[in-house]
Design a protein around this ligand. Structure first.
Ligand SMILES: NC(=O)c1ccc[n+]([C@@H]2O[C@H](COP(=O)([O-])OP(=O)(O)OC[C@H]3O[C@@H](n4cnc5c(N)ncnc54)[C@H](O)[C@@H]3O)[C@@H](O)[C@H]2O)c1
Length: 281
C-alpha cells in the first residue's frame, strides 16, 4: 500500500492528502476544479508551517511532504496506480454513486475504494461498483492532520481483510481507527447530531439563550466547544442534511430537525462559512 489517490481537494481532501504524504505515502490529489487544487496546495503549505511552528515537523519534512503530492484534474490519470482511493468529494449521493461507478471501471482490480462520507450509506455506494467487498468508509475528522479518530465503516459486503487493511493503515497515520457497522449516521453523527438538534430545540423553546446553552455544555460537560458553536463550525446546512438522513433512515421522529434549524438554513444563515449562524463571524 503506497499509492493513495484522494478525490476532492476541499476541506477534507486537502487534510487527507497532507496526512498520507506526511507519513510517507505517494498521493495523487484529484479535483474537477483546478482552482480547488491550487487552494489545497496553499492550505497544505500553511498547515505544514503551523506544524513546524509547533515543532511537530521540520522544514525538510515539509518539503518531503509537498514533494509526495501530485495534483490531477483527470480522474483516469489520478487513479491509474492507486492501491487505495479515498473519496472526499462533495456530499451528494448522485455525485458519489457516479464517482464510485467510474472508479470501479478505472482503478486496478486490487484497489480498495474508501469514502469519507459523513452520512451516505457505504452499502449503497458499494452497490454502484462490482467490488462491494473492497468498498469501505474511512471517516476522518476535521482538521484531519490534528484529529486522532478514523471511523472505519464496514458496509454490508465489506470483507474482513479489507477492514483489517484499513485499520492497520490508519494506525500507520498515527490515528486511532474505530470499526463500526453501516447504519445511518454511523456512530459519530448519530450521537452528535441529535445533541446539536436538542441544543437548537432548547433555544427554540426559549429555555435559555445561545451563550447560556453553550456555557452549560462547555463548563458542565467539559466539551471544548458548545453544541451551537460547533453547529456553526460544521455548517447548519450540513447538520440539517445529516439529520434528514437519520430521520429518513430510521423513520423515527426523534431525529426530526428542529424548525428553527430548517428556517435558519432557508434564510442562508449557515454558520461560520456564511458569516452568521447562532453567532456572528
Ligand atoms: N467538512 C467536514 O467537517 C467533514 C468532516 C467529515 C467528513 N466530511 C465529508 O467529506 C467530504 C468532503 O467534504 P468537504 O467539507 O471537504 O467538501 P468541500 O466542499 O470542501 O470539497 C469538496 C471538493 O470536491 C470536489 N468535487 C466535487 N465533485 C467532484 C468529482 N466528481 N471529482 C473530483 N472532485 C470533485 C469539489 O470541486 C470540491 O473541491 C464529504 O463527503 C463530507 O460529508 C466532511
Amino acid at each position: 500500500m503506497q499509492h493513495i489517490s484522494v478525490i476532492g481537494s476541499g476541506t477534507m481532501g486537502n487534510g487527507i492528502a497532507h496526512t498520507f504524504a506526511q507519513f510517507g505515502f505517494d498521493v495523487a490529489l484529484v479535483d474537477i476544479n483546478p482552482i480547488a487544487l491550487e487552494n489545497a496546495l496553499t492550505a497544505i503549505g500553511n498547515n505544514l508551517d503551523r506544524q513546524i511552528s509547533k515543532e511537530i515537523l521540520s522544514e525538510e519534512d515539509k518539503q518531503h511532504t509537498l514533494g509526495r503530492i501530485t495534483t490531477y484534474t483527470d480522474l483516469r490519470a489520478g487513479v491509474r496506480q492507486a492501491d487505495l482511493v479515498v473519496e472526499a468529494a462533495t456530499e451528494n449521493e448522485g455525485v458519489k454513486l457516479g464517482l464510485f461507478k467510474e472508479l470501479d471501471e478505472l482503478c486496478p482490480s486490487h484497489t480498495i475504494l474508501a469514502s469519507n462520507t459523513s452520512s451516505i450509506s457505504i452499502t449503497k455506494i458499494a452497490a454502484a461498483t462490482r467490488r462491494a467487498d473492497q468498498v469501505i468508509g474511512m471517516h476522518f475528522m476535521n482538521p484531519v492532520p490534528v484529529m486522532k479518530l478514523v471511523e472505519v465503516i464496514k458496509g454490508y459486503a465489506t470483507s474482513e481483510d479489507v477492514t483489517n487493511t484499513i485499520i492497520t493503515l490508519s494506525e500507520k497515520l498515527n490515528k486511532v481507527p474505530v470499526a463500526v457497522n453501516d447504519y445511518p449516521g454511523f456512530v459519530a453523527n448519530r450521537i452528535l447530531m441529535p445533541m446539536i438538534n436538542e441544543a437548537i430545540y432548547t433555544l427554540y423553546e426559549g429555555v435559555a439563550d445561545v451563550e447560556a446553552i453553550d456555557t452549560v455544555m462547555k463548563l458542565g460537560m467539559a466539551h471544548p466547544m458548545g453544541p451551537l458553536q460547533l453547529a456553526d463550525f460544521i455548517g447548519l446546512d450540513i447538520c440539517l442534511s445529516i439529520l434528514r438522513v437519520l430521520h429518513e433512515g430510521f423513520g423515527n421522529p426523534k431525529y426530526a430537525p428542529c424548525p428553527l434549524l430548517v428556517n435558519m438554513v432557508a434564510a442562508g444563515k449557515l454558520g461560520k462559512k456564511s458569516g452568521q449562524g447562532f453567532y456572528r463571524y
